[in-house]
Design a protein around this ligand. Structure first.
Ligand code: NDP
Length: 397
């Protein structure tokens, strides 16, 4: 049976068998919320978390999962105790996360945060799954390897990021050459209109308090620096057959228009909705059908005004750095991603300032050509070196 027909079958099976990698996070919990609203439509195979045993075990029991995996091996005994008598298998460590990704499922939600999601997400891809991809760092760091594996293994990627999900909904893949531009929208984050001097004093608590979206800490900081949009630019370049110069970023503070696709005749198609991740997640869970979603309905008359502005790459250089890495190609986006993860962690830990995040990423990126990305082994060594260098620089600041 060909990969395509396997996927068609998997997409229509009821109940759909689903696994969630990163089940205890913001995207993972929104996914579970949707599953709970569709009793009988989904059957949960595996759930994973890194440390949060209590949430993982409670959800595994409630949803009747078959397997629960905790990344932190030191928490294995706690997980086994929390699942005692339930009949749910408990695993721990990287191997268990990968096993969760490999277990048979019609759809795998890849919602681990950061580069840590690479191996489990790749395992789901290599198993030929339909992968609902929230873990953008995997595509940023390993774009060419992911695309090659998706093709070779007959997997399908469904974008979960709200912008890419929006583009996916209005992109005419059969006539991709008729697309003239992609416009990625960005809320602009909590400091969109803050003067440059004020940015130097931003604290982690302020950076995490996103005005529109409720998300995990890392992506909230990325949104505040606009690195999130930079990562999304790279993500879009791998997901959609449109060259980088024709992918633009547009600040749209209300986050109602989730992105736009312009065609050669001048028509612009967009997907709109309330800023609620459960809408793009519902699209991925139901694809190619649609399932009911609980997000508030759009009341455009009440909203009144939708505004747009160009991004300011002087105050927010992260966007420019991401474009630079995408143009350089090879391992440069992996370097950008690794340096950014280290910098965000250092900022959240109070070790560097807000403006140091982009400055640190720029320093690591500028240190020389990152070279080609030929294999996962080469990616691992590039990632290790970039992290080591970023840590050194963070200590000096
Ligand atoms: P969270 O920080 O809320 O959740 C992260 C999840 O990954 C948790 O389940 C966490 O487990 C697990 N995890 C953390 N570290 C590791 C590790 N080293 N190994 C394995 N698992 C780990 O993240 P979000 O849900 O906000 O984001 C998840 C991904 O989705 C990110 O790539 C983000 O960019 C992307 N995304 C998120 C959106 C959002 O609205 N939140 C929107 C669009 C994309 P534990 O709880 O035990 O720590």
């Amino acid at each position: 049976m060909s990969g395509a027909s396997t996927i068609a079958l998997a997409a229509h099976r009821r109940p759909r068998r689903i696994s969630i990698l990163g089940a205890t996070g913001s995207v993972g919990q929104s996914t579970i919320d949707l599953l709970s609203r569709h009793p009988g439509a989904f059957q949960v195979e595996a759930l994973t978390a890194q440390r949060n045993v209590e949430r993982l075990a409670a959800d595994a029991r409630r949803l009747g999962a078959r397997f629960a995996a905790i990344g932190d091996e030191a928490r294995h005994a706690d997980l086994k105790a929390a699942l005692a008598g339930s009949g749910i298998e408990a695993g721990a460590g990287r191997a268990a996360l990968i096993e969760a990704a490999r277990r048979p499922a019609d759809l795998t939600m890849a919602a681990i945060v950061g580069y840590a999601g690479l191996e489990p997400t790749m395992a789901a891809i290599e198993a030929g799954r339909i992968v609902a991809l929230a873990n953008k760092e995997t595509l940023v760091a390993a774009g060419p390897l992911v695309v090659e594996r998706v093709k070779a293994c007959g997997a399908t990627l469904l974008p979960v990021d709200s912008e890419h999900n929006a583009i996916f909904q209005v992109f005419d893949f059969a006539r991709a050459e008729r697309v003239s531009r992609i416009l990625l929208t960005a809320s602009g984050g909590p400091f969109r209109d803050a003067p440059a001097e004020a940015l130097a004093r931003v604290t982690p608590d302020q950076a995490i308090a996103h005005p529109v979206w409720s998300m995990g800490a890392k992506i909230s900081v990325d949104s505040a620096t606009l690195m999130n949009k930079g990562l999304e630019l790279i993500e879009a370049a791998w997901l959609f057959p449109v060259p980088e110069p024709r992918i633009e970023v547009l600040i749209h503070p209300q986050s109602i228009v989730h992105s736009l696709v312009e065609y050669v005749d001048g028509s612009v198609l967009a997907q709109l909705g309330a800023p609620d991740m459960r809408t793009p997640i519902a699209y991925a869970l139901g694809w190619p059908d649609r399932i009911a979603g609980p997000a508030p309905r759009l009341d455009l008359a009440a909203i009144g005004r939708l505004t747009f502005q160009a991004p300011d790459e002087t105050r927010f250089p992260a966007l420019r750095l991401a474009r630079q890495a995408l143009r350089a190609g090879g391992a440069a986006p992996a370097v950008l991603n690794a340096a950014n993860e280290v910098a965000v962690e250092a900022f959240l830990g109070g070790r560097i300032g807000f403006l140091d995040i982009a400055a640190l990423v720029a320093s690591v990126l500028d240190e020389g050509p990152a070279g080609p990305l030929t294999s996962l082994e080469s990616l691992r060594s590039v990632d290790r070196r970039a992290r080591a260098r970023a840590n050194e620089l963070a200590q000096k600041r």
